[in-house]
Design a protein around this ligand. Structure first.
Ligand code: PMP
Length: 419
C-alpha cells in the first residue's frame, strides 16, 4: 500500500498467471497490446466473476425473496451468499449490517438522506476533507441546504496529505458527521482512517468512510476501525458495475428510516400507512441487482484467493517503479506526493493538455484517465484544470509502466520535444 522507494516485488506473486485470469487484457488497441492503467475508474473482471454471473443467468435466474419455486430459492440463496461474502470481507458483526446499494455514490446519498437529513439542524456541522470525490461532497452539500447545517472542510498539505492539525481544530462539539475517503482517487493519498475515526468518534461525531479506493488495496476490518459507515463499489474491486455495499453499524441502521419505498422493504402496506421490513431489507426497495451480488461474491473470493496483502505489495512495488521511471520524462510534474500512497499516480506534462495526453496514449494502446477525476477542489488546490492519472491493479506489470513511459516520451516529442 505504501510506496516505499525500496519496495520489492513479492516473490510469490505470479503476475503472468494473474493476467491470464482477465480475458479482456489479451487484445490489441490501435494495433498495440492493451495496457490498462485506468483501474481507479473501474477494474477489469476475472473469468471467475464473468463465469459466476453467466452461470447464474443460465441456471438460476429468478426474482429473490418472493417465490416459492426452486429457481427463486436458488437465486435468493445466491444473492444472500453475496451478502455473507461481503460481511466476511469487511468483518462486520452481522449480515444485517450489509446493505446492497448501486455503489459508493448511492451509499453516501442513503446516509445523507436517511441518517443526516432527519437529524441535522442549523448550527450542526458536517466535516469532510479537501480530498473527497464529488460523491462524498455533493450529497453533504445537499443535506446542508435541506437542514441548515454547515459543511466544513479539512485542508490538505502541498504534498496532498490531510492537514491533521487543521482536522483537530475543525473537529468540534458541533461536528455531527465526519465523512472521509479511505484513499483519494485523484492523488492516491492513503488517509490514516483508524486514527481519524477514533478522534472523530471521541468528539461525538458519526464517521462515514468512503472506501471506493480503499478496498481494492487495503484490508478493511470495520469492527477494528469502529466506524459507523463504510461504503464501497464492487466494480473497482474486480466485480461488476451496478452493485456496492453500505456497511452500517446495526443500531445506527435500526434507528434510520427507509430511504426509498417499494417492494421488499415493507412488512405491511395499508392505505393508512405501512410498516418496514427488518434490516437489511428495509433499505433494499425493489428488485435488487441479483447477478451482480453473485459477481461481487465471486470477486471477493477471487481477491481472497490471490490475497489482498500480496496484491498490495505487488502494487506498491509497481508504484515505486512507476514513480522512478516517470521522473525520466522531461517536463513531467507529479500532482500529489503524500508519503502514504496507494496505486495512483497523477501528473501533468508541460505543454501537453492532459486530454491530449490521454488521446495520444490511447493510440499507443495505453489507457489512462485525464480530467478532474470528480475531484474539482483537488484540481483547484493545485491550480490545474485536469491531470493525467495512471492507476494500478493486480494484473499490471513493469512492462505496462515501460509502455506508459515510452508513450509519454512520444507525446512529448509530438508536442515540441524537450525544453
Ligand atoms: N469515492 C471515490 C474515492 C471514488 O474513487 C469513486 C469512483 N471514482 C466514488 C466515490 C464513486 O463510486 P461509484 O461511481 O462507483 O459510485
Amino acid at each position: 500500500m505504501t510506496a516505499l522507494p525500496s519496495a520489492a516485488f513479492p516473490d510469490a506473486f505470479d503476475v503472468a498467471r494473474v493476467r491470464r485470469d482477465f480475458p479482456i487484457l489479451d487484445q490489441a488497441i490501435h494495433g498495440r497490446p492493451l495496457v490498462y492503467l485506468d483501474n481507479a475508474a473501474t477494474a477489469q473482471k476475472p473469468r471467475a466473476v464473468l463465469e459466476a454471473m453467466d452461470h447464474y443467468y443460465r441456471e438460476s435466474n429468478a426474482n429473490v425473496h418472493r417465490g416459492v419455486h426452486t429457481l427463486s430459492e436458488r437465486a435468493t440463496a445466491l444473492y444472500e451468499g453475496g451478502r455473507d461474502r461481503a460481511r466476511a470481507f469487511l468483518n462486520a458483526r452481522a449480515r444485517e449490517e450489509i446493505i446492497f446499494v448501486r455503489g459508493t455514490t448511492e451509499a453516501i446519498n442513503l446516509v445523507a438522506q436517511s441518517y443526516a437529513r432527519p437529524r441535522l439542524k442549523p448550527g450542526d456541522e458536517i466535516l469532510i476533507t479537501h480530498l473527497e470525490h464529488h460523491s462524498n461532497t455533493v450529497p453533504w452539500q445537499m443535506v446542508c441546504e435541506q437542514t441548515g447545517a454547515r459543511l466544513k472542510v479539512v485542508p490538505i498539505t502541498p504534498d496532498g496529505a490531510l492537514d491533521l492539525e487543521a482536522f483537530e481544530r475543525l473537529l468540534g462539539p458541533r461536528t455531527r458527521i465526519f465523512a472521509v475517503a479511505h484513499v483519494s482517487n485523484a492523488l492516491g493519498t492513503v488517509n490514516p482512517i483508524a486514527e481519524l475515526t477514533a478522534r472523530a468518534r471521541a468528539a461525538g461525531a458519526m464517521v462515514l468512510i468512503d472506501g471506493a479506493q480503499g478496498v481494492p488495496h487495503c484490508a478493511v476490518d470495520v469492527q477494528a476501525l469502529d466506524c459507523d459507515f463504510y461504503a464501497f463499489s464492487a466494480h473497482k474491486l474486480y466485480g461488476p458495475t451496478g452493485i456496492g455495499v453500505l456497511y452500517g453499524r446495526r443500531e445506527v441502521l435500526e434507528a434510520m428510516p427507509p430511504w426509498q419505498g417499494g417492494g421488499d422493504m415493507i412488512r405491511t402496506v395499508r392505505f393508512e400507512g405501512s410498516t418496514w421490513n427488518d434490516l437489511p431489507y428495509k433499505f433494499e426497495a425493489g428488485t435488487p441487482a441479483i447477478a451482480e451480488a453473485v459477481g461481487l461474491g465471486a470477486a471477493l473470493d477471487y481477491v481472497d484467493r490471490i490475497g489482498l496483502d500480496a496484491i498490495a505489495r505487488h502494487e506498491a512495488a509497481l508504484l515505486s517503479y512507476a514513480l522512478e521511471r516517470l521522473r525520466e520524462i522531461d517536463g513531467l510534474r507529479f500532482i500529489g506526493s503524500a508519503p502514504q500512497r496507494a496505486s495512483v499516480v497523477s501528473f501533468v506534462v508541460e505543454g501537453v493538455h492532459p486530454h491530449d495526453l490521454g488521446t495520444i496514449l490511447d493510440h499507443a494502446g495505453v489507457a489512462i484517465r485525464a480530467g478532474h477525476h470528480c475531484a474539482m477542489p483537488v484540481m483547484d488546490f493545485y491550480g490545474v484544470p485536469a491531470t493525467a492519472r495512471a492507476s494500478l491493479a493486480c494484473y499490471n506489470t513493469t512492462a505496462d509502466i515501460d509502455a506508459l513511459v515510452a508513450a509519454l516520451q512520444g507525446a512529448r516529442d509530438l508536442f515540441g520535444g524537450r525544453g
